[in-house]
Ligand binder design. Structure first.
Ligand SMILES: NC(=O)c1ccc[n+]([C@@H]2O[C@H](COP(=O)([O-])OP(=O)(O)OC[C@H]3O[C@@H](n4cnc5c(N)ncnc54)[C@H](O)[C@@H]3O)[C@@H](O)[C@H]2O)c1
Length: 459
């Protein structure tokens, strides 16, 4: 977000130059777009990945100030696209901002290209598929000169993190504005807490703790044997939280928010991780996840960050992050993403309401809307705005914790970045007929991590 663009065109300049871009300019390899916007300041949007979050993000985008229009949608399941369209169109105001005839609804693994081909440079594409596809779709968006919103995580392994860091630098160079869906970074309460922590109000952070403990499986983290009537590849995409190649599993998808908000408060990334985890009460679930995870992250100054993740019926529930400093402590979040109820305590006992030194006043603005307000403001006013490098580091640090649990080894930041196990190497070539990146055994079970036995690869 703080990276300065080195070169490239502003949105205003791109609109001005559309139609007369000559070979040899910064956008020489950009295919000239068809035009939809009647007004030059209308930002057109394309949604790639029309699931729950994509639909929500489209609503947030269409709710920002200034004219916006959703002009194309892409998915691999026709029903998901249809449901997303119907859900958005239920809202009369949003319906007026949607113009998606049948020939701009694209189904298939190449749908992302067709949807982005409907945009002009400076418009915005929403990348809200499972994260495995992120680098593929982002590469194309860069080549088209598009601004981007991409959901977290942005990578799930070492090789794609390296690719994403290269793409991040390229997108900065081209002055593209790119938001990453770690929306808590846009939360006003956490933002003020960050400033207060950096100003020394709790002293030096010596310990952080975070918990995402659900009283049962979350989303698609426990999947059953593949039924007939769907290909292996599409089944794994549909149940993406169950498959490490698609999502980084429940660890990456669910724990990244707590990891990122703690690293933000520490203003650093951990240098190594060690961890444990296991599979209990599996019933007939055949996915790759553990149902409990416990990680000790270590920062360069030796301070620790303990992370607990669990999805287990009947178990204690908590979804919160805390920081402990040499002069006091802080509640970073107390029950989910929002409201976070940030506060600072003079001591370490956060149950003692009498020693609260500061608390953010309620109500808190919705961070899912704020992240879009900030992105669109940056696009309309040409402010430097690129969250990809930071989002990649958050994703990498998340993978580092996950790999430590899955292998039972100490995993450093550099080892994770240099790790050669690419979970879905040919993902940019997928077609509806492709085989899936992992195969089930004769009992329909997928390979699971074997900590201590498999030390270099997670499966
Ligand atoms: N920031 C948050 O709080 C938050 C919340 C929920 C989800 N998310 C993230 O959003 C992403 C999507 O999650 P979701 O819950 O919406 O899942 P979802 O399954 O509801 O939606 C994903 C959609 O992408 C489609 N898709 C998959 N591969 C595709 C491809 N190659 N091309 C086009 N479409 C494809 C799927 O068919 C599905 O409709 C994930 O990365 C998830 O972590 C973020």
């Amino acid at each position: 977000m703080n990276q300065k663009p080195q070169s490239g065109l502003t949105r205003r300049e791109m609109i001005k130059t559309t139609g007369k871009i000559a070979a040899g300019t910064a956008l020489a390899n950009v295919i000239l777009p068809r035009m939809y916007a009647a007004e030059s300041n209308t930002i057109n949007l394309a949604l790639v990945g029309c699931g729950g979050r994509g639909t929500g993000a489209a609503e947030n985008a269409l709710s920002t100030s200034g004219p916006t229009k959703l002009v194309a949608m892409a998915d691999v399941f026709p029903q998901k696209l249809a449901d997303s369209h119907a859900n958005l169109a239920k809202n009369e105001k949003l319906r007026e901002q949607m113009d998606i005839p049948d020939d701009r609804r694209y189904i298939g693994f190449d749908g992302y290209k067709k949807a982005m081909d409907c945009l002009k440079p400076g418009d915005v594409v929403l990348l809200t598929t499972p994260p495995a596809f992120r680098w593929v779709h982002f590469s194309y968006a860069i080549s088209k000169g598009l601004n981007v919103f991409m959901e977290k995580p942005v990578t799930v392994d070492g090789p794609t993190s390296r690719k994403m860091l290269t793409l991040a630098a390229e997108s900065v160079k081209r002055n593209l504005k790119v938001g990453v869906g770690l929306m808590c970074r846009h939360c006003k309460a956490r933002g003020e807490l960050f400033d207060r922590i950096q100003n020394g109000e709790i002293g030096d952070i010596v310990l952080m703790r975070a918990y995402r403990m659900a009283p049962g499986p979350t989303a698609k983290e426990f999947c059953k044997k593949k039924p007939d009537g769907i290909s292996e590849l599409l089944y794994q995409i549909k149940e993406f939280h169950s498959f490490l190649w698609a999502s980084g599993g429940s660890f990456s998808d669910f724990l990244i928010h707590n990891i990122d908000e703690c690293c933000w408060m520490k203003n650093d990334w951990p240098v190594e991780a060690k961890g444990t985890g296991g599979r209990h009460y599996r019933g007939d679930a055949v996915d790759q996840n553990f149902d409990n995870y416990s990680v000790e992250y270590t920062f360069a100054d030796g301070s620790k960050f303990y992370l607990e993740g669990r999805g287990m019926l009947g178990a204690y529930q908590e979804f919160a992050s805390f920081a402990h400093g040499s002069k006091g402590s802080a509640v970073i979040s107390s029950a989910g993403h929002s409201p976070c109820n940030c506060r600072i305590h003079k001591g370490q006992n956060q149950k003692n309401n009498k020693d609260v030194a500061w608390a953010f006043p309620q109500p808190e603005p919705n961070p899912y809307q704020l992240e879009w307000d900030h992105l669109m403001d940056a696009i309309r006013n040409d402010k430097p705005y690129n969250e990809v490098e930071r989002g990649t580091k958050a994703s990498l640090v998340t993978s580092m914790g996950r790999m430590a649990c899955h292998t039972a080894q100490v995993v450093t930041f550099d080892q994770m970045l240099e790790c050669e196990h690419e979970f879905a190497p040919d993902i940019d070539k997928f077609t509806m007929e492709s085989s899936a990146p992992i195969v089930a055994d004769a009992d329909g079970k997928y390979p699971v991590p074997l900590p201590g036995l498999n030390k270099k690869r997670e499966y």
